[in-house]
Design a protein around this ligand. Structure first.
Ligand code: BGC
Length: 350
C-alpha cells in the first residue's frame, strides 16, 4: 500500500513537472529600457502573461536594431511559441520574422507596426491617428483657433521616421491644424513644416532640445512663440528644457503637447510647463495582448477591431486599437493617481 502511494506521488510529481515544463513560452521584445513607457509595457506584459500561466522571455534592446534581431533569434531558439515585438525600426526584422514563420511561431506587433513583411499576424496598439487628433484638437481649443483673430506662432516636431507611429501621430494632429496654417492663422516662423524636416530620429530628448535651441533663434527678436506641437513626452521634455534654458517662464511659456504621461512630463503639467499629454494606459494594452496570446495558443479566434487601417506595405494587419485619452492639469489625478498608475508620491514636485 505504502509502495502504491509513493508510486502515485511520484507519478503526480512527474505529471506536474511535465505540465510545468510544457508551459507555453512567449518572447517579448521591447526597444529600450531608457524610456519609462517601455519599462512599464515590459513589466506589465510579463506580470500579466505569467499570471495567465505562460513562461516569458522579456528582453530590452537598448535601441539597437542588431541587438533586437539577435534577441528575437534567441527567443525562437529558446522555444517561444508566440513573439510580441515592439520594434525599434519597424522594417528591420524581415529575416528573423521569416525564421519565426518557418517555425510556425505567431507574431504580434506591439504598439509599433512591423512593416514590409508578410510574417506578422496581428498588431495591438493605441489608435495612433487619434493620439495626433487629440493633440491637434487640444491646441485648437486652447488657443481658440476657430474664433480668435491670431495669427499664432507655432513650431512643429514629429517623431522618429523609422517608427510608423510617428507618421500617424503627425497626420492626426496636422489634419486638425493644417486648415488654420493654410488660412494664415497658424504661422511657422522657421518655415519647417514637412515631416522629414521636423522629425527627430530615435525620439531623443537631447536632439529635440538641440532643434528647439536652433528654432529659438527665429524668436530672438521677441516674437511670441504661442505653441509647440510635440508628438510625445520624450520630445516635449527636450523642448521644455530648451525653453527654460533660454529664459522662458510660466508667464510666456508656449502651449506644448505630449504623449505617454511620463513622470517628468506629468510634473511639468502640474507646474504649467507642459499643457497636456496623451495617456495610453500600458496596462490596458498589455491586457489586450495577453488576451490575444491566449487566444492564439488555445486556437481560438483572436479579437481584433480594425482590419482597414494598418497597411504594412505588404498587407493590412488585423489590429486591435486601444483608446487613448487626453490628460492635463484638471484630470491627471483621476487618470493617473486614482487609477493606481502612479502614486501621489511619484508625482510630487520638489
Ligand atoms: C510610442 C510612443 C512613444 C514613442 C517613443 C512610439 O512608438 O507609441 O508612446 O512615446 O514611440 O518611444
Amino acid at each position: 500500500m505504502k509502495k502504491l502511494l509513493s508510486l502515485l506521488l511520484v507519478t503526480i510529481l512527474l505529471l506536474s513537472a511535465g505540465s510545468a515544463l510544457a508551459a507555453n513560452k512567449v518572447g517579448v521584445a521591447m526597444p529600450t529600457n531608457s524610456l519609462q513607457r517601455w519599462n512599464q509595457d515590459g513589466a506589465n506584459m510579463k506580470a500579466q502573461l505569467e499570471a495567465a500561466g505562460y513562461e516569458v522571455d522579456l528582453q530590452y534592446a537598448n535601441d539597437s536594431v542588431s541587438t533586437q534581431v539577435s534577441q528575437v533569434e534567441n527567443m525562437i531558439l529558446g522555444g517561444a511559441e508566440v513573439l510580441v515585438i515592439a520594434s525599434i525600426d519597424g522594417s528591420s526584422l524581415g529575416t528573423v520574422l521569416q525564421t519565426a514563420k518557418d517555425n510556425n511561431i505567431k507574431v504580434i506587433a506591439y504598439d509599433r507596426m512591423l512593416t514590409d513583411t508578410p510574417n506578422v499576424d496581428y498588431y495591438a496598439t493605441f489608435d495612433n491617428y487619434k493620439v495626433g487628433t487629440i493633440q491637434g484638437k487640444f491646441l485648437e481649443e486652447k488657443l481658440d483657433l476657430a474664433n480668435a483673430a491670431g495669427p499664432f506662432n507655432f513650431e512643429l516636431f514629429a517623431g522618429s521616421p523609422d517608427d510608423s507611429n510617428a507618421r500617424y501621430f503627425h497626420a492626426g494632429a496636422w489634419d486638425v491644424l493644417k486648415p488654420y496654417y493654410d488660412a494664415g492663422k497658424i504661422v511657422v516662423k522657421s518655415g519647417q513644416v514637412d515631416f522629414e524636416t521636423i522629425a527627430i530620429l530615435g525620439w531623443q530628448t537631447k536632439d529635440a532640445q538641440a532643434r528647439m535651441d536652433n528654432l529659438l533663434t527665429n524668436y530672438a527678436d521677441g516674437t511670441k512663440l504661442d505653441a509647440v506641437l510635440s508628438p510625445n513626452d520624450s520630445l516635449a521634455l527636450g523642448i521644455t528644457n530648451s525653453l527654460q534654458a533660454a529664459g522662458y517662464t510660466l508667464e510666456n511659456f508656449p502651449v506644448i503637447t505630449g504623449q505617454d504621461c511620463d513622470v517628468a512630463n506629468t510634473k511639468n503639467i502640474i507646474q504649467g510647463y507642459q499643457a497636456m499629454s496623451v495617456f495610453k494606459d500600458t496596462r490596458t494594452l498589455a491586457a489586450q495582448v495577453v488576451t490575444m496570446v491566449d487566444a492564439i495558443l488555445k486556437g481560438e479566434e483572436v479579437p481584433v477591431n480594425d482590419t482597414t487601417t494598418y497597411d504594412n506595405g505588404v498587407f493590412v494587419i488585423p489590429s486591435f486599437l486601444c483608446d487613448p485619452v487626453f490628460a492635463d492639469v484638471n484630470n491627471y489625478k483621476e487618470l493617473l493617481i486614482d487609477s493606481g498608475y502612479y502614486t501621489e508620491d511619484q508625482l510630487k514636485v520638489e
